[in-house]
Design a protein around this ligand. Structure first.
Ligand code: ADP
Length: 244
């Protein structure tokens, strides 16, 4: 489903991603861990070209982008439509209700009929456990609830891959679990997911593969039992010790 070849990203002189290669099969969950500043968020943002890679190739589903050549904007838009992104801050529209937030993308981006979009949005809000909150505005919802609306909103565009960028790190501890549960349910339903997170328990329980990044490179990757149980690389060991 996802294939990344020799991906690089620089911001000016700062070479942040230094050659990332990765394959993710359909239905698999990849969790990306690593120290702050190692390039995890930049990597995720490159995957749907919120940041434009300086070099390399990305394939998602049937869309292939080669950043070593001149790119067609149409292909970038197509690639974006294959991915749903959930951010650390929920970025909901404050003047729209939960239901309207979830309908917005399908109606304005995909030109879906309102009635159809509304029906789908209600199903998605039910799925994230907020069927009874559809008329609430973001300010009337807890952080965890807002983030679940954010997930429903991303799903409304029917992505083939979901990208999560530290989706729980801005939340109060008591609501982290409800967001992780929604993510776990999605994984169990077979959604292909790439998740940047500090939630090591989630990584252990849900990831098919864990990637340890440092200094813009993948240092080590493998099933969670291997990465957490018997990491091969010294840097991985040090990081895991630090986060305890
Ligand atoms: P992580 O998610 O692992 O903490 P980031 O991908 O956020 O790491 O950042 C990696 C490096 O790239 C950091 O040094 C950060 O300051 C730099 N960086 C990220 N985004 C930008 C940007 N838009 N402009 C300049 N530097 C950036």
């Amino acid at each position: 489903m996802i294939q990344i070849k020799d991906l690089h990203k620089s911001f000016g002189d700062l070479h942040v991603l230094r050659g990332i290669d990765l394959q993710v099969e359909t239905g698999k969950v990849v969790v990306v861990i690593g120290p702050s500043g190692s390039g995890k968020t930049t990597f995720l943002r490159c995957l749907n070209v919120l940041e434009r890679p300086t070099q390399g190739e990305i394939t998602i589903g049937d869309i292939h982008l080669n950043f070593n050549e001149k790119l067609n904007n149409k292909h970038i838009i197509q690639l974006r439509s294959r991915t749903g992104m959930v951010f650390q801050s929920y970025n909901l529209f404050p003047h729209l209700t939960a239901l309207q937030n979830v309908m917005e993308g399908p109606v304005t981006v995909k030109r879906k009929a309102k009635q159809e979009a509304q029906k789908k949005a209600k199903i998605l809000l039910d799925k994230v456990g907020l069927g009874d909150k559809e008329d609430y505005y973001p300010f009337q919802l807890s952080g965890g609830q807002q983030q679940r609306v954010g997930i429903a909103r991303a799903l409304a565009l029917e992505p083939e891959v979901m990208l999560f960028d530290e989706p729980t790190s801005a939340l109060d501890p008591e609501v982290v679990g409800e967001v992780l549960k929604v993510m776990r349910d999605l994984a169990n339903e077979g959604m292909t997911m790439v998740v940047v997170t500090h939630e090591m328990r989630f990584a252990k329980e849900v990831a098919d593969e864990v990637i340890f990044m440092d200094n813009g490179k993948i240092i080590e990757q493998g099933p969670p039992e291997q990465i957490f149980g018997s990491p091969k690389e010294e840097r991985t060991r040090q990081f895991l010790q630090l986060i305890g």
